[in-house]
Design a protein around this ligand. Structure first.
Ligand code: OAD
Length: 270
């Protein structure tokens, strides 16, 4: 990374009255949660055509419950034990200096745990369980996730996984007398989570600095937010290891670059 770029990005951040921070799986990578599309990413082992829609998941439950149990373990186990990393903490710190809206595609709850207050979860969250009308049923803790992980390990090891899978995931998904319940997450083919998505578009339109962190920008409609902010006149700063289209790119890992950016924007003495 060129120091000049860090300085320019820090200048934009320092003078912004409203900042939008758009995050993807890469911001949680250093908390031990795999991304989707990198080597070792979730969709590499578990194809999204089979595992990224409710229809696909139901079909996997019927035809390959052992593989579904392994998918749920790959999804839940890292989240159950994750803690916010230095990128989440640095993002939360920006709130001390200006108004910040976090727009996250992640379902892991780590921004809130790091102390961010205005967090829009446009793909929902794994930690809130809702009924078929979207009404709250319960909230899960990481300890609940860990208990499900223990049960899933037992289910995945059994030849009759189909029988023990519903028991393993009962706190998160299942049937009760009034109908089905499941996590409030957005899968392929679902509508975006509201009212978060409408608020996210508004934040992109109204911010005067847009920071995009750890996303491949491949999933619509979320991926249109940086262009929306740019059209509305905000500079776009992108942070991640891959080349991207931001007005300024900070190439590298969020866990080291975000603390440097916040330090340069708000703590540096000239
Ligand atoms: P992806 O897996 O598509 O992209 C993750 C991005 O993070 C890549 O560009 C990586 O280069 C980058 N990355 C990896 N490690 C990083 C680090 N330490 N610091 C910064 N960046 C890093 O994940 P998303 O873009 O979040 O949606 O994926 C978007 C959506 O696709 C997800 O919300 C999910 C998925 O399908 C649904 O399931 C609806």
């Amino acid at each position: 990374m060129i120091l000049e770029e860090l300085d320019d990005a820090a200048g934009w951040l320092r003078t912004a009255r409203r900042v939008a921070v758009f995050t993807g799986a890469g911001v949680s990578a250093e908390s031990g949660i795999p991304t989707f599309r990198d080597g070792g990413g979730l969709w590499r082992e578990f194809p999204p055509e089979e595992f990224a829609s409710w229809r696909g998941l139901l079909s996997a439950a019927a035809t390959s419950p052992g593989k579904l149990a392994r998918f749920l373990l790959a999804l839940l186990e890292p989240i159950a034990t994750a803690r916010p990393n230095s990128a989440h903490t640095a993002i939360a710190e920006i709130e001390k200096y200006t108004r910040v809206t976090i727009i996250t595609q992640n379902v892991d709850g780590l921004h809130q745990e790091a102390g961010s207050r205005e967090v829009l979860q446009i793909h929902g969250t794994l930690l809130e369980i809702v009924d078929s009308h979207g009404q709250p049923v319960r909230t899960l803790t990481r300890a609940d996730l860990l208990e499900m992980v223990r049960r899933l390990h037992r289910a995945a090891d059994r030849p009759a996984a189909a029988l023990s899978l519903p028991w393993a995931i009962r706190p998160m998904a299942g049937l009760r007398p009034t109908g089905a319940y499941k996590p409030r997450i957005v899968l392929f083919g679902d509508a975006m989570a509201e009212p978060d998505w409408s608020a996210a578009m508004e934040a992109a339109d109204e911010c005067d600095c847009f920071l995009s962190v750890g996303t491949s920008g491949q999933v619509m409609p979320a991926a249109m937010l940086p262009s929306r902010a740019r059209i509305a006149g905000a500079p776009v700063i992108e942070i991640g290891p891959e080349p991207c289209l931001g007005d300024i790119q900070l190439r590298g890992h969020a866990g080291s670059l975000l603390p440097q950016l916040v330090q340069a924007a708000f703590h540096q003495v000239d």
